[in-house]
Design a protein around this ligand. Structure first.
Ligand SMILES: [Fe+2]
Ligand SMILES: [Fe+2]
Length: 467
């Protein structure tokens, strides 16, 4: 006869945690599932004694009065932790029973109770039944309870170890999944960021282009006031940038100098034509005062644009003289911002060369400028200016003619990239669209096509083109 004590036994919970924080799950003990201990003996008084012995212990006790019954109990409780069986029983012997029990519940620990003289039976129980301990009858209570406790503890440890191993294996698998997903996501994100960067770079370049076109449009506006100095701003910008490059100035400084050179006379827009058309030498004192205001006014105009504040400072000082005799602040020497000193000398060369109207105008303008070094201009800048002036003022037409190019007057639709402009292209209302010597590119051709629609020039475009 045997009884099943109705203690619910908790299984080992499967992890539902995401990987990353294992500590909680590692610490988690599976709610102290009670280990099941089965006693098998054909003598009911022994079973009673055994139950009494373990009555206070914290494990679930099951009993069976024969090996056959014991097997039934095990089949119903495959998670049995410890089996304590008598060796000498009618029917199955303890060794035979343990052998079968081992096949059903291989994780269980098995103990056999034998008589002193039963050496062969003990060996069978150990070898066949996989018993890990044997206890001789009659037993010592203390020894037996200690052996049972050890067995239960050993089984618990074994199961806990297995649980943790399974947990680690499972979490390793989850980690592997996460790693491969993470790698995939990182690659996707990298590609996404790369695409966004390209879009940003494109937007930035469009912004720069727009800025550049706006500055050029302003420069064109200034040149409209005085048709004689049509490409003045552009020439000053080319000369000034060439000097800035020689001085190894960084990109931002070169950009500021170029913009300031293009806009240096923007303040003239508010000055009377009567004053502008006169040479400064013949202006009355009052007219001269008004004329001088253009430097400050120029700064004031661009100061409203954050990005042009530095440019505004260069514009303000483009008429300062090296000896302190200039305007508006009478700065002298190296106190004058370098960009303003560069623009001042470039401005002078271009103005003088335009006034001379002779074949060797540039050489004469350079000579006149040289005479003013140290007085009006920073002498250290002159060699750089001289080095680049010829290339900037000479048009590539002569060179091109040597390469077998021929002149042609073409409508905007007939223009091709690489053609060289031989005559300034001026819009119907007098805006300089392209300077003589410019080499056509896609943007220039597009721009000309637009202008021929909105403000058509009087002539077709005179160019050099390949035969
Ligand atoms: Fe000026
Ligand atoms: Fe100027």
């Amino acid at each position: 006869m045997w009884t099943l004590l109705a203690h619910p036994v908790n299984g080992y919970k499967k992890s539902t945690m995401p990987p990353g924080d294992f500590s909680e799950e590692m610490d988690e003990t599976p709610n102290d599932p009670q280990v099941k201990v089965l006693f098998v003996d054909d003598e009911s008084n022994i079973l009673r004694a055994l139950r009494r012995l373990v009555a206070e212990e914290n494990f679930e006790t099951l009993i069976a009065t024969s090996g056959e019954e014991g097997l039934e109990v095990i089949k119903a409780n495959e998670d049995i932790g410890l089996i304590v069986s008598d060796q000498r029983m009618p029917g199955l012997t303890g060794a035979e029973f343990l052998e079968k029990a081992k096949a059903i519940a291989p994780d269980s620990l098995r103990i056999v109770l034998t008589g002193y003289a039963d050496l062969q039976a003990t060996m069978d129980a150990i070898n066949k039944g996989g018993a890990y301990r044997y206890i001789t009858k009659p037993w010592n209570d203390e020894e037996l309870i200690q052996t049972i406790r050890d067995g239960v503890a050993r089984y618990s440890l074994f199961m806990e170890n297995r649980r943790l191993t399974e947990l680690v294996n499972r979490q390793n698998e989850e980690l592997k999944d996460w790693n491969s997903n993470l790698k995939k996501r990182v690659l996707e994100q990298t590609a996404h960021i790369g695409k966004k960067n390209e879009e940003l770079a494109a937007a930035n370049s469009r912004l720069h282009q727009t800025f550049d076109q706006t500055i050029k449009a302003f420069a064109g506006l200034i040149e409209l006031r005085d048709l004689d100095v049509r490409d003045h701003s552009r020439n000053v910008a080319d000369l000034a940038v060439a000097i800035a490059q020689e001085l190894d100035l960084d990109k931002n400084q070169r950009q500021a100098i170029r913009t300031a050179a293009l806009l240096h006379d923007i303040g003239k827009i508010g000055i009377d034509d009567a004053i502008l058309l006169k040479d400064t030498d013949v202006l009355t004192a009052r007219e001269l005062e008004k004329y001088k205001l253009h430097a400050i006014r120029g700064q004031a105009v661009v100061d409203a644009v954050d990005d042009l504040r530095e440019v505004g400072i260069l514009i303000r000082h483009h008429h300062e003289c090296y000896d302190g005799s200039g305007f508006p602040d009478r700065q002298r020497g190296k106190d004058i911002p370098l960009g303003a000193r560069i623009i001042a000398i470039a401005d002078h060369v271009d103005r003088i060369s335009k006034r001379i109207r002779q074949e060797n105008a540039l050489e004469m303008a350079l000579e006149k400028t040289r005479q003013q070094l140290g007085r009006l201009f920073d002498a250290s800048l002159f060699p750089h200016l001289e080095k680049h002036a010829k290339a900037i003022y000479s048009t590539p037409d002569k060179l091109a003619k040597h390469r077998g190019m021929v002149e042609a007057e073409l409508s905007p639709e007939q223009l091709l990239e690489g053609m060289i402009v031989l005559r300034n292209v001026v819009s119907g209302t007098g805006l300089l669209l392209l300077s003589k010597g410019a080499i056509l590119d896609e943007a220039a051709i597009k721009s000309l096509k637009r202008y021929y629609k909105i403000d058509p020039p009087e002539h077709a475009v005179l160019v050099l083109r390949q035969l």
